[in-house]
Design a protein around this ligand. Structure first.
Ligand code: BGC
Length: 759
């Protein structure tokens, strides 16, 4: 329907109808206006499957939803670093939505993994905003290619579950831009989600739902978002203010109470009716975009989609350690130990919880194919060692040629609605792993968890496989990796620190009372660990393969460029092993010298390539200004400082294999404002300014001249360099105290002259 036709429709709606359109008709539907042919439109969770509730709705995954297919959660899909794969997953989800009459799937969820403790980390992608926004963009473009909308969430700075509905995230402007907004920015600009979901929390004192700065200025005016913004379920606190700020649709609604407020505000003149009209237009645009592109032929083929979920899972499993034990030999007996071999933990709790139509465990997948015995090992309902289960498991491990312990976080440890208390696995699982490793040198640990865990046993096991929360087909994928049918190709989208206390947010996470300050600023994840040169358990971008890759011929198409130019980078990657495999090529950029505090390096692009043994492919990247920029709070914009930058190609953030240096020249001059506190050091940076200051000092303080005729002894005591260093931080007003004759008015006149230099 054209924009004009929508406007005409809105013009025919009564005030009551328009106000009602701005909140849910029920838990999952927008309002219908039958007399005008406006249908109700259904939205459903997301993000990694369809949680369509036909009966009673809820936002915590409590009541039943239809049987559906659970794909790997965000933690895993990010680890694939495979945009095309995640786009395919999105297409499958979009088709499911078409088949089920769902207009918008509520996801992806891109909040940054600030701390390993966030209960909802399993739904989120990464500690790095580029990974988050690129993977989200891939999912969005896949879903929307089926004419179904997405709702990128939870906008903004919603990085903990503790007091999630009331806490105030205090984040400085640069950190918001470089880290927390950036996770949304790329996806919003490039993939154009149909809707955005605002979060519950406040950002710097203002509820997300009421935050005009982000909902309108940033989202719409700067990023060009043209869909509708909906609230998270129950995130509306002040309906009229929220509407003015840019919150179009309230979900699930307030049983009409807030609609009445909107009507009252229009009638009293407090709210301009055009604001309401605009919100309704935005909602109807999406309602009709879906309605007019319904695919009535779409079929939700659960078994087929299960296979897609398995293919995705194969690329979300990260091989973290391999002392040569993997792949396991098909001919040798393996003991699968641990409850999650039989009932995998493959998804998290809360609104993303899918009612899976079937689940394949590793034991199911191995049955009849491999020589595998099973022992339960632990009971995840209890955090106590069960001596009988432990003894059986040790016996099974002894009698096999390899042991695979399926460990992970129990549901109660990791869920929407609350945060983790620590970064450990349950004690009984750690004990089990130690005891198995003591009797079986070929012990491999498979982990099911949504974010990092400590691994006190790491030196005593031969292999570690991070399976994340791999969706309902995870068991098949894990078996294929364990036995070498599939070559692992995922990389960590987050750092695994040695211990929780190493994490940069540790000192301020989860805040005090209703306020959480993001005191680590931009130093989130590897940006911090790198800067501090800290040892970590596994670095960002890390993951092993059963083959080996060589990197060569790093080229740049220019050695010098302006910040308005683009830079083309190529690198050759060769599979030097004997098994076909995929490699994630990572490109980081490091600013060699900067006047602002910057991370050592930042991921600026990545690509996944598939290579047969012996095959070489050239991978190409194109970098633009943003790859070199930081966010300047002086100009409220991205800025590149003229200078040298290293282009780094890495297998991981800690394994840089090739580098080239380029010089980037800024085309933007940052305005410099002189004040009476400006130092001589800053004045010396501009010869014009220095000449003025020296000239004025001489004329105002003529008797200073003779003293400056330095004696030989004085010269010996202090070189010019030392003198310059010592006066580096002398403010322009300094001579008032030291030089006599000079007044604040003189200094102010000097400052005015300096500020006029560039006028
Ligand atoms: C969650 C959202 C979810 C919504 C609807 C909220 O509790 O934060 O992610 O989409 O419920 O279930």
């Amino acid at each position: 329907m054209t924009a004009d036709r929508i406007k005409e429709l809105v013009a025919q709606m009564t005030l009551e109808e328009k106000a009602a359109m701005c909140s849910g008709a029920d838990f999952w539907h927008t309002e219908a206006v039958e007399r005008l042919g406006i249908p109700a439109s259904m939205v459903s969770d997301g993000p990694h499957g369809l949680r369509k509730q036909e009966q009673e709705g809820d936002h915590l995954g409590v009541n039943d939803s239809i049987k559906a297919v659970c794909f790997p959660a965000g933690c895993g899909t990010a680890a694939s670093f495979n945009r095309e794969l995640i786009r395919q997953m999105g297409k499958t989800l979009g088709n499911e939505c078409q088949a089920e009459g769902v207009s918008v799937i509520l996801g992806p969820a891109v909040n940054i993994k600030r701390s390993p403790l966030c209960g909802r980390n399993f739904e989120y992608y990464s500690e790095d905003p580029l990974v988050a926004s690129e993977m989200a963009g891939a999912l969005i473009s896949g879903v929307q290619s089926k004419n179904v909308g997405t709702s990128i969430k939870h906008f903004l700075a919603n990085n903990q579950e503790t007091r999630r509905m009331s806490c105030d995230s205090r984040v400085d402007e640069r950190t918001l831009r470089e880290i927390y907004l950036a996770a949304f920015e790329g996806a919003v600009k490039k993939a154009k989600p149909w809707t955005v979901m605002c979060s519950y929390n406040k950002i710097n004192g203002t509820y997300a739902a009421q935050n005009r700065q982000y909902l309108t200025d940033t989202l719409r005016e700067q990023w060009g978002f043209d869909g509708y913004v909906m609230s998270d379920w129950g995130a509306v606190n002040s309906r009229v203010e929220d509407l003015k700020a840019g919150l179009d649709l309230e979900m699930p609604g307030s049983f009409g109470v807030n609609d009445k407020m909107i009507e009252g505000a229009v009638l009293s003149g407090e709210l301009d009716e055009s604001v309401l009209d605009t919100a309704v237009e935005r909602i109807l645009n999406i309602v009709f975009r879906y309605e007019e592109n319904r695919d009535k032929t779409a079929v939700f083929d659960r078994d087929k989609d299960h296979e897609t979920a398995r293919r995705v899972a194969e690329e979300t499993i990260v091989l973290l350690k391999n002392d040569g034990v993997l792949p396991l030999s098909e001919k040798r007996k393996a003991a699968f130990i641990g409850k999650y071999a039989k009932t995998p933990r493959y998804q998290g709790g809360g609104s993303s919880h899918i009612n899976s139509h079937k689940v394949t465990s590793a034991l199911d997948a191995a049955a009849g194919v491999y020589d595998v015995v099973y022992a339960q090992g632990f009971d995840d309902a209890e955090d106590r060692t069960d001596e009988k289960l432990l003894a059986e498991a040790v016996e099974a491990a002894k009698n096999a040629e390899a042991a695979v312990v399926f460990a992970g976080l129990p549901d109660k440890f990791e869920s929407e609605g609350y945060d983790r208390k620590h970064m450990s696995l349950p004690g009984c699982q750690n004990e089990l792993i130690e005891r198995i490793a003591a009797v079986q040198p070929n012990t491999v640990v498979v982990l099911h968890n949504g974010s990092p865990v400590e691994m006190p046993w790491i030196d005593r096991v031969a292999g570690v496989v991070e399976a994340y929360l791999g969706g309902q087909a995870v068991g098949g994928a894990v078996c294929d990796i364990l036995f070498g049918k599939v070559n692992p190709s995922a990389k960590l989208p987050e750092t695994f620190p040695l211990k929780l206390e190493d994490n940069p947010s540790y000192l301020s996470y989860i805040g005090e009372g209703d306020m959480v300050e993001y005191r680590e600023g931009i130093f989130v994840g590897y940006r911090y660990y790198d800067k501090k040169k800290m040892d970590v358990l596994f670095p960002f971008g890390y993951g092993l393969s059963y083959t080996t890759f060589d990197y060569a011929n790093l080229t740049v198409d220019k050695d010098r460029l302006k910040d308005t130019d683009t830079l083309r980078v190529t690198v050759d990657v060769t599979n030097t092993g004997s098994m076909a495999g995929k490699e994630v090529v990572q490109l980081y950029v490091a600013d060699r010298e900067s006047t602002v505090i910057r991370p050592v390096k930042e991921l600026r692009d990545f690509a996944k390539v598939e290579l047969a043994p012996g095959e070489t492919k050239t991978v190409a990247f194109t970098l633009d200004k943003r790859a070199f920029a930081y966010y300047s709070v002086r100009i409220h914009d991205w800025h590149v400082e003229t200078g040298e930058f290293d282009i780094l190609i890495g297998r991981s953030s800690r394994d840089i294999v090739l580098s080239r240096t380029v010089t980037v020249e800024s085309t933007v001059k940052l305005p410099f404002v002189y004040t009476t506190d400006t130092t001589l050091g800053d004045v010396r940076k501009d010869p014009r300014a220095l000449a003025i200051v020296e000239g004025m000092m001489k004329s105002l303080m003529p008797d200073l001249e003779p003293q400056q005729q330095e004696s030989d002894a004085a010269k010996e005591a202090m070189s010019q360099e030392m003198a310059d260093s010592m006066t580096e931080y002398m403010p322009l007003r300094g001579p008032i105290s030291f030089g006599g004759h000079i007044t604040m008015a003189d200094v102010q006149a000097l400052v005015d002259r300096l500020n006029a230099l560039d006028e």
